[in-house]
Design a binder for this molecule. Structure first.
Ligand code: ADP
Length: 440
């Protein structure tokens, strides 16, 4: 700062010296003003020349040496050089940082694609290029949905439910399964994460096959055993002491049979994600049938009510919906004492169609509710086994509803009862108008 001030003093002194020289020279030649004007013009010319050199150097400073201007001009040159050095230092740091980020993301085992607000590709790493078959710089700027044309991916982008990844078959190798997940960030930008999940998909398929095959293989021997036990139980010559154990063996084989039946039902449901067969289902007739089934049980709650608030029918697989609703009604009957009641309700609104089963039974503790649809999860294991439950009923309900794009809602209070509601989307509702068209 002191140097700068010093340089400016010198510049002022130099200007004053020039003015004095001009006045003296002008006085000697008898034209003071002309002398002053001539000297100032020279001074201005010199300043212009210096300014020109400075300008030229600023433009070509990347390779030209700084001019030796001295004084306040020299100060400006030094200042520009300092700023330039600082800028170069920051630029190099940023370049290094970007290179480091690019190198680390390139080494990631997962694919990363950066998309802008228009879903155009801004950048991708090597794994993404291998998994998605992207071609170097050619694909930069192209829209990702133009490159990944699988309809599931289009739907995924449209629905924008990015919490759960989407699994699709790779375009380059159909036996490869890819998990795609969009992570929004910044202002409309998105990261597309790509993982090869073929191994997990293969293992999952093997697990499903194993359960289905094991259940299938167990079914025949079990049928033989339960057949013999039934005959044995009805044999009048059976030792009375053996009656109780044979009866218990029969009950247990019945439980095993129901577990195997439910496991096979689940395997069938897992074969595809969506319903294959669809037809209009008369829900009120189905409810009447379910009511009869409950009344046919040896022990059942006293009141079984039906409330139908809509004439609409439901579009879906009749056998699957029957099995889901029957599991819910069956549970209500199992977990409600004989003096209690059950109500089945069917209604529609703007959101779609809804089926609920409310009971005044034992209820469920809040901490169990989120896990009830897991296989073999029981809130009350002793009671479930005693009532012959397989522990798979609600897993079946969840699968059936998933295949119908529906959701299960569970509300319950210990001691006062539970309500299980199935919410079906509006496109699953068959209105009277549509029904007529189908008949025509
Ligand atoms: P389960 O064959 O054991 O009934 P589910 O999958 O149908 O198997 O149900 C899982 C668990 O949820 C049951 O073991 C039971 O503890 C609980 N549950 C289901 N429905 C009801 C209900 N209406 N009232 C009380 N508990 C219920």
């Amino acid at each position: 700062m002191a140097l700068a001030t010093h340089a400016w003093w010198l510049a002022i002194l130099r200007l004053l010296g020039t003015v004095v020289t001009g006045v003296v020279l002008g006085w000697l030649f008898g034209h003071v003003w002309a002398g002053l004007a001539a000297v100032l013009a020279l001074h201005l010319l010199w300043q212009l020349a210096t300014l020109f050199r400075l300008d030229w150097w600023v433009r070509h400073r990347s390779y030209a040496a700084p001019p030796n201007l001295g004084g306040s001009w020299g100060e400006i040159v030094a200042q520009v050089m300092r700023l330039h050095r600082r800028k170069r230092f920051h630029k190099q740091r940023y370049i290094q940082l970007v290179r480091q980020i690019q190198r680390s993301t390139a080494a990631l085992p997962d694919g990363v694609v950066i998309l802008n607000a228009q879903r155009e590709i801004v950048w991708f790493n090597r794994t993404a290029s291998t998994l998605l078959g992207l071609r170097g710089h050619d694909d930069f700027g192209l829209r990702i949905d133009n490159l990944l044309r699988q309809p599931e991916f289009g739907r995924y982008l449209q629905e924008a439910q990015y919490d759960v990844p989407l699994v699709i078959r790779a375009k380059v190798a159909p036996e490869t399964h890819l998990s795609l997940q969009v992570v929004p960030y910044g202002e409309g930008q998105q990261l597309l994460l790509v993982r090869d999940v073929s191994r997990q998909v293969r293992l999952e398929a093997m697990r499903k096959d194993f359960v289905a095959n094991a259940s299938h293989e167990l079914r025949s021997p079990l049928t033989v055993v339960s057949g013999y036990l039934e005959t044995l139980g009805q044999d009048p010559a059976l030792d009375p002491e053996l009656r109780a154990p044979v009866g218990e063996m029969r009950r247990q084989t019945e439980r095993m049979t129901s577990i195997i039946r439910d496991l096979l039902a689940l395997s069938r449901l897992e074969e595809s994600d969506a319903v294959v067969e669809e037809q209009p289902i008369d829900v009120s007739a189905l409810m009447a049938m379910l009511r009869k089934d409950v009344l046919a049980r040896a022990e059942h709650p006293r009141d079984i009510n039906i409330r139908i608030d809509s004439p609409a029918q439901l579009r879906g697989s009749e056998s699957e919906v029957h099995s889901a609703f029957s599991n819910l009604v069956d549970n209500a009957a199992k977990y409600t004492p004989p003096q209690g009641s059950i109500e089945m309700r069917w209604w529609t609104d703007d959101g779609g169609a809804h089926f609920s089963v409310t009971d005044t039974g034992i209820g469920i503790q809040a901490e169990h509710i989120p896990r009830l649809t897991e296989r073999f999860y029981r809130a009350d294991p002793g009671r479930s086994r005693a009532t012959g439950g397989s522990g798979l009923g609600l897993a079946i309900v969840k699968h059936v509803l998933q295949r119908h794009a529906a959701l299960l809602e569970i509300r319950s209070a210990v001691g006062s009862g539970s309500t299980f509601t199935c919410h079906f989307p509006a496109h699953r509702v068959v209105t009277e108008h549509e029904e007529l068209r189908e008949v025509v």
